[in-house]
Design a protein around this ligand. Sequence first.
Ligand code: FAD
Ligand code: NA
Length: 387
Amino acid sequence: DQLPDLVIVGAGLFGLTIAERCAEELGLRVLILERRHHLGGNAYSERDPETNVEVHKYGAHLFHTSNERVWEYANRFTSFTDYRHKVFGKYQGQVYSLPLNLALINQFFGKSHTPDEARALIAEQSAEFDTASATNLEEKAISLIGRPLYEAFIKGYTGKQWQTDPTELSADIITRLPVRYTFQNGWFSDTYEGLPVDGYTAWLTRMADHPNIEVRLETDFFEVADDYKGKVPIIYTGPVDEYFGNSEGRLSWRTVDLEESVVDTDDFQGTGVVNYNDQDVPYTRIIEFKHFHPEREKTHLPGKSVIVHEYSRFAEEGDEPYYPVNTADDRAKLIKYRELAKAEPMVLFGGRLGTYKYLDMHMAIGAALSMYDNKLKPHFTEGAELT
Ligand code: FAD
Ligand code: NA
């Protein structure tokens, strides 16, 4: 077997972006090893066979970016719909429009406020704690938005996300809790936003659709590592701790259990995402996927809908790692893993698992384009060392 010019571990957006650039612009022969049965990493989606609704298999994925280069790059492989994401939140039998905004404040306090009146109210309520001296997440949140809004919209939800009472959580989990003193309720504030017209998997498949790119599915890098390590450059986008046999201890992650079901109604909740803020409701959110693509209405089976209940918890061995927990202990381990990674010859670490960072899709693409510009292209065209 002839060796490829480059091996990429992981067919997520980071690995696919590197593969596409190296194959298309440099003419390299690229081999992608992916241990799942599909490419696309966590952005992968499938049409539910019964209802024909597109379901994001690793949690709801909304594309948004203010990065011109990333937007232009993504548009080479797919067009995007004009979907604008909105989130609603249930609390004690009412539904509120999130994020915290004037509509929510008026509804929650049962009275209309001008923007200035709302500002004055939140300033008064948040005076209870000083942000700089907050000793835990609860005090920090109250110092930013006041106790009533904290108790309704942060306490229960955050407690469920972390399976921990917010008084026991570190204050630096949140840096800001923006309140919008307008009725604007778009969830993102980026220049560009939308969902891939033909779905995520069509987009991600097109990125790998190049004669110089081979994707080998259901192949765990660690089973074949000896064939490639030290012989060809490797871009590794799997978990950094796993690469080093967890020698410095495991990095901790949160995961989400996704309970998918088909319900016998055309419309279960009237929108894509509803957060459940009450502490006694065990799930954090319900996703109803058909609302992400209103333009596909005629293609969906009438009278049915696909919903997913999300339950957040700490990841155990074998669970999908979703969000870095990032305790002080994790950060100390990460410093050691970064040193090991730096010293590992001919291997570059990237992506959310390889760097232990939560990356949105546009950030994963942007980081991959930077690695291509700053490391891979100089290496393959000018012989620069790969470090
Ligand atoms: P991944 O997509 O995780 O890809 C890594 C790949 O490497 C995986 O396919 C894995 O199977 C493979 N791999 C690992 N180890 C090995 C091995 N040893 N051998 C072979 N293959 C291996 N981003 C947004 O922009 N908007 C959103 O709304 C959004 N929602 C999200 C919701 C959730 C629940 C999660 C977890 C993420 C969300 N993201 C969202 C982030 C998005 O999923 C990431 O930006 C994207 O997955 C990053 O791509 P990646 O290539 O770095 O990692
Ligand atoms: Na290295």
